[in-house]
Design a protein around this ligand. Structure first.
Ligand code: DI6
Ligand code: FE
Length: 402
């Protein structure tokens, strides 16, 4: 019985059954064996062999799965604080973009950064997320928009996974915007940069999934489909920024490729929701971008509930529309802005975030799952969504390591 860690006197939000809200087990025991969960249940049901082991007393603290941020752009050069200030002094978003600001200012700064600078710049953001119990993060490219820098962003993401105790899942987002060097030549950009860079990044083992931005100011569904065809041929799963500012039918198109998720989706209609439900495509709700852009169109939460589309929540951490590095604040925003329940919010950053990344070894607390856990100084899981700007993390366990 060596190599086992027993945690007792725990209140465990397993997210693994619907017999109790949150799959809650009060007075629970957790047994970890190496990097996996070996046993979980009520103390009263624990096998004698576990009760005789030395145990860590959690003194009634709440245990949840480690948090998962399933949609981020944490790697980028520079920042856009000055644009934020300019907008508050009256400048328009488009005016700033025409003056060479907006996403293109981030592209310039990202291209100018070395691999080391990209890593150094992202780590404080990643560390802020880790300090709140994050154990898995998805990181996108999409601010290079040329061959070399798109690959460098993905290399930086892989390096971050080596220098922090977290799992990093990379997503290739070459189809994020058309860069200035291809102004008004979207199709040529896709043919000459997006697709060849995807093939090269895949050959280097840098890509876990492929994403795109389907929007009037970005790419049309038919253009994204060309990228998804290549992804599918390479055996890579896809996901999509869809219906953020308008409804182009992006979610439906993504669902037709069996997409893991459709993200943002403020303008999604019932047609799109049913297509997602049929395809098993998760919804990724991003309240940070809604808040920052002062959007008023709400994502169709009731329809997603009615058709049982799993709802994940993520920061969308990026320098333009969501400079957000807190999953706890994201949960609070989802509750207050979208009337998601605290139970849905917690599932959104655990079980459903794992679904959105097609990771079936995490996101719930059950035997055989990874021992990625967050231990909180709170009594009830609703407290995680309720407080604003408060971090009650007590300990984080990654792969069984405290
Ligand atoms: N949707 C967004 O809100 C961000 N990207 C995307 O696809 C905006 C990115 C930026 O402004 O830098
Ligand atoms: Fe995004």
């Amino acid at each position: 019985m060596t190599g086992k860690t027993v945690l007792r006197n725990a209140r465990i939000a397993t997210q693994a059954n619907d017999q109790t809200p949150y799959g809650m087990i009060n007075d629970g025991i957790l047994v970890l064996a190496d990097d996996q969960i070996d046993w979980v249940g009520a103390a009263a049901d624990a096998p004698d062999e576990y009760l005789s082991l030395d145990a860590v007393d959690l003194e009634g603290r709440l245990v949840t799965p480690g948090l998962i941020d399933c949609h981020t752009h944490v790697i980028f050069g520079g920042d856009r604080a000055q644009e934020f200030e300019m907008r508050l002094n009256g400048a328009g978003y488009e005016e700033i973009a025409r003056a060479g600001g907006g996403i293109n200012s981030t592209v310039r700064a990202t291209r100018a950064a070395s691999l080391e600078q990209l890593i150094e710049g992202a780590l404080p953001r990643v560390d802020a997320l880790i300090a709140e119990g994050l154990t898995t993060i998805e990181i996108k490219s999409g601010y290079g928009l040329n061959h070399e820098t798109e690959l460098n962003m993905l290399r930086a993401a892989r390096e971050i996974g080596k220098c922090r105790p977290i799992t990093v899942r990379t997503t290739y987002l070459g189809a994020h915007a058309t860069p200035p060097d291809y102004k008004d030549q979207d199709d040529a950009y896709i043919d000459e940069v997006v697709i060849p860079a995807l093939e090269a990044a895949h050959a280097e083992g840098l890509v876990d999934a492929v994403d795109g931005f389907c929007e009037g100011i970005a790419f049309q569904p038919r253009q994204i489909a060309r990228v998804f065809d290549v992804a599918t041929a390479l055996g890579l799963p896809v996901k999509l920024h869809a219906e953020q500012l308008s409804n182009l039918g992006g979610a439906r198109m993504a669902a037709s490729y069996g997409a893991m998720s459709a993200d943002h989706i403020e303008y999604l209609d019932e047609d799109g929701v049913t297509a997602m439900a049929r395809a098993g495509t998760a919804a990724v709700i991003l309240p940070g971008a809604f808040y920052t852009l002062r959007e008023t169109q709400q994502p169709p939460i009731d329809l997603l509930r009615r058709y049982k589309v799993p709802m994940a929540l993520a920061t969308d951490c990026n320098p333009g529309s969501s400079p957000l590095t807190s999953l706890l604040l994201t949960m609070n925003m989802a509750c207050t802005l979208f009337r998601m329940t605290p139970e849905e919010a917690l599932a959104g950053v655990t079980r459903n975030a794992a679904l959105a990344l097609a990771l079936n070894d995490r996101g719930v607390i059950a035997p055989g799952q990874r021992a990625d856990l967050a231990i909180w100084d709170v009594e009830h899981p609703a407290e995680l969504s309720y407080r604003i700007g408060f971090n009650p993390l007590h300990h984080r366990i990654f792969g069984g390591q405290v």
